[in-house]
Structure formats: structure tokens, C-alpha cells
Design a protein around this ligand. Structure first.
Ligand code: UGA
Ligand code: MN
Length: 255
């Protein structure tokens, strides 16, 4: 089976570092097709070069989040979901270009900033419908995710909005191509959904708790961490000082 990994990404101080880390993980995975969707009006040279360099099979797409959906100056960060349009564009590409009767596979929504154990991708290859597993550092706890008994999901562990039908992070599940292309060809991420409900609203369109397939040793192993890299403010501010003094760091050195 082919693993289609859809990764939304956007220009920021740490982008190249995050994408390099993710690319170097994905490079280990056989039969993976990386769909990178930039949150931008144009595809950037930085991402183009990076994708060329690593030799991973990829598709490079872009879509700018509409202005009213962006996390802006006057809007607190938690008023909008991130990466929504980008994941939908990635899904549309798969639906337009891949045929479920020709290709067996799964789709995984791999954000550019998480930490992935490559064993996670082995778990995905046996998914028939929707596979699930725990994710560390989510749900306002050490980990959040499915609680599994005898090969069935019987509930969820989380410390944040536990009343959600599927209280899991984006990185906690992968979905078969058959499910997304044949059984639920309309399923998509809802850009208007309240933040924190993006995952549950998507999963509610495609599955039920009974149908979920527990992975990662009956959901006892953590193979993905919701890491969020600290923004190096000291360097951002330092660079601003240098620019003011007319001594910027050589712009030909790409970071
Ligand atoms: C959590 C979840 O892990 C995300 O999958 C979910 O999209 C997000 O909450 C949400 O509901 O908004 P978090 O770490 O807070 O994630 O979000 P980010 O990692 O900042 O963003 C998720 C993805 O979208 C990343 O791949 C990021 O590069 C991308 N993104 C973020 C954009 O494409 N555009 C943006 O303006 C911001
Ligand atoms: Mn993140």
C-alpha cells in the first residue's frame, strides 16, 4: 500500500528546519507519496528546492488561507483552525489523480512540526478503514487518544473537551483510500468549524467508534509526538536590530 502524507506548511522563521526534520523522517518510508501544500499564493523556491533535494516522491501544491480565515492581529490564535484549506486541496488532488481500484493505500495528515517514529508508518499499511493511535502532548495531557480493549476502541483518554465524539489530534489517525475515494468521496475539513473540532468533525463524516481500528499495540505505544518548536525570539529580534544598523545577516544564506 502507498502512504499519502498530506502536509500543510507556511512561511515562518522555523519553516525550513521543520520541513527538513519531517523530510528526513519521511525519507525512511517506503512507498510514500508526500503531498506538501503551501499556505501561499505562489509556490516558494525554498519549498521547491527542499522537495527536489530529498528525493522523496512528492506533489507540490499551494493554496492561501482566505483572509477571513487567517489567524490575524486582532483575532486570538484559537479562533481559527490551521491548515484546513491546505488539507482539503491535498485531498482533492488525491481524489482527482488516484483511483482506488488501481492503488491500495492510506492517507495521513502529517503536520510539518510533529515528531514521527518511523514505526508509525508500518502501522498504517494494514488499515482497512480508519486506524487510530495515541498522540503524546495533546489533549492537555501527557498523551491523548483511544482506549482500546481486545482490538476495539472502547473510549478516549483526553483532558480537553472530552465530550467531542472523536477527541483526538490530527496526527492520531489515517484513513484508507477506499474510504476517502469510494465510500466517503464528499468528506472534507470544515473551515468554519470551531477550533478543536476539526478532527472530530472530519471523523464524524467518515466513521464510527465501532469501526475504528486500534493500531500501535492496541493503542499502548506512542509513535507520534505533538511537538511545537519554540520560536527563537532572541534571533528574530536580533536580526531586526542588525537590519536597522544596516548589517543584516547575508540574505544569500537561506535558513
Ligand atoms: C493542532 C493540530 O495538531 C493541527 O493538526 C490542527 O490543524 C490545529 O491544532 C488546529 O486545529 O488549528 P497546532 O500544533 O496547534 O495543531 O497547529 P500548527 O502545527 O501550527 O498547524 C497545523 C498545520 O497547519 C501545520 O502543518 C502548519 O504548518 C500548517 N499551517 C499553520 C498553515 O498551513 N498555515 C497557517 O497559517 C498555520
Ligand atoms: Mn503543530
Amino acid at each position: 500500500p502507498t502512504i499519502f502524507a498530506i502536509t500543510p506548511t507556511y512561511r515562518r522563521f522555523l519553516q525550513k528546519a521543520e520541513l527538513t526534520r519531517t523530510a528526513q523522517t519521511l525519507k525512511h518510508i517506503k512507498n510514500l507519496h508526500w503531498i506538501v501544500v503551501e499556505d501561499s499564493h505562489e509556490k516558494t523556491n525554498l519549498v521547491k528546492r527542499l522537495l527536489n533535494h530529498f528525493g522523496i516522491r512528492y506533489t507540490h501544491l499551494n493554496v492561501r488561507t482566505p483572509v477571513e480565515m487567517r489567524i490575524g492581529r486582532n483575532k486570538p490564535w484559537w479562533t481559527k483552525s490551521r491548515g484546513t484549506e491546505q488539507r482539503n486541496v491535498g485531498l482533492k488532488w488525491i481524489r482527482d489523480n488516484i483511483k482506488a481500484n488501481e492503488t491500495k493505500g492510506v492517507v495521513y495528515f502529517a503536520d510539518d512540526d510533529n515528531t514521527y517514529d518511523i514505526r508509525l508508518f508500518d502501522e498504517m499499511r494494514t488499515i482497512n478503514t480508519v486506524g487510530v493511535w495515541p498522540v503524546a502532548f495533546t489533549g492537555a495531557a501527557r498523551w491523548a487518544g483511544p482506549i482500546c480493549e481486545d482490538g476495539h476502541v472502547v473510549g478516549f483518554h483526553t483532558n480537553w473537551k472530552p465530550f467531542r465524539t472523536f477527541p483526538v489530534d490530527m496526527s492520531a489517525f489515517a484513513v484508507s483510500l477506499k474510504k476517502l475515494l469510494v465510500e466517503r468521496p464528499e468528506a472534507r475539513f470544515d473551515p468554519d468549524i470551531k477550533p478543536g473540532f476539526l478532527e472530530t468533525s472530519f471523523l464524524e463524516q467518515i466513521t464510527t467508534m465501532e469501526q475504528l481500528e486500534p493500531k500501535a499495540s492496541n493503542c499502548m505505544k506512542v509513535y507520534v509526538w505533538h511537538t511545537r518548536t519554540e520560536t527563537p525570539i532572541i534571533n528574530i529580534n536580533g536580526e531586526k536590530q542588525l537590519i536597522k544598523r544596516g548589517k543584516p545577516s547575508n540574505p544569500d544564506v537561506e535558513t
